[in-house]
Ligand binder design. Structure first.
Ligand code: ADP
Ligand code: ADP
Length: 218
């Protein structure tokens, strides 16, 4: 579960996130919808403890991660631009991440399998297509077997097959009882992916409602 309470972030005179309060529940896919620049990435970074709020707080399973990054056992994330060493193999990348986060190396094989990357585990990341890179990012997010998962614009630029795979994968994570929070600037994508929607514009909450209700009212 994720609880944002009065979450606010200022960058100089820019109010990127403006007094956001919402709850993301387990067991369903919750979409985070808003145009580019609305504050989605900033909000997710604050939930993860990668950015300090100017005011308010975000709780993940009751814990505020405002000072240090959230442990990968609690929350996994696929962020917009996660830089990886392209010269490494997928397996080496995941092993290094597991090691630096105190997670068992045995998880690497598990997450490669889950994301369908076992056959390319020994290939260098720099040869990966965007779809494979996204799968690798999702594999990294799953390393700690977290109950909470954040995906920032996961289908951007993907081909239809990649989009369908991610959509289906997020649904199965939610069906396992996990909390799944996924951002997008596309209503059409969210209509097909999310059960519930948190909608923002210019950093402010515009709607927090079930997807069918949102579609009916807009
Ligand atoms: P979204 O993810 O919805 O596209 P962002 O959270 O990336 O939106 O950005 C929200 C606003 O905050 C934008 O106006 C953006 O320019 C600004 N912003 C984001 N990160 C920074 C930063 N590190 N420094 C200054 N402004 C930022
Ligand atoms: P660095 O590359 O800076 O040495 P890591 O890549 O190991 O460090 O990650 C730094 C922190 O970011 C970790 O402690 C972890 O909590 C968090 N982190 C990294 N990748 C993920 C991810 N995919 N999901 C969730 N948290 C992550």
């Amino acid at each position: 579960m994720i609880e944002a309470r009065g979450l606010t972030k200022r960058y100089g005179s820019t109010l990127a996130v403006d007094d956001l309060s919402f709850t993301v529940r387990p067991g369903v896919v919750t979409g985070f919808l808003g145009p580019n620049g609305a504050g989605k990435s900033t909000t997710m970074r604050m939930v993860l403890g990668l950015d300090r709020p100017s005011a308010g707080e975000a709780l993940v399973n009751g814990h505020p991660y405002t000072r240090a990054a959230a442990p990968m056992r609690e929350v996994g994330a696929l962020l917009d631009a996660k830089d990886v060493h392209g010269g490494r193999t997928a397996r080496a990348h995941l092993l290094a991440l597991a090691q630096s986060n105190g997670l068992p190396a045995s998880r690497v094989g598990d997450v490669l399998e889950l994301t369908g990357l076992s056959s390319v585990a020994r290939k260098r990341i720099k040869g990966f297509s965007l779809g494979m890179s996204q799968r690798l990012g999702i594999a990294a997010a799953l390393l700690g077997d977290p109950s909470v998962l954040l995906f920032d614009e996961p289908v951007n630029g993907l081909d239809p097959e990649g989009i369908l795979w991610i959509r289906h994968f997020m649904r199965s994570l939610a069906a396992e009882g996990r909390t799944v929070f996924v951002s997008s600037h596309l209503m059409s994508e969210m209509a097909l992916t999310a059960d519930h929607l948190v909608v923002i514009g210019r950093g402010r909450l515009l709607a927090d409602t079930s997807t069918p209700e949102f579609i009916e009212q807009n």
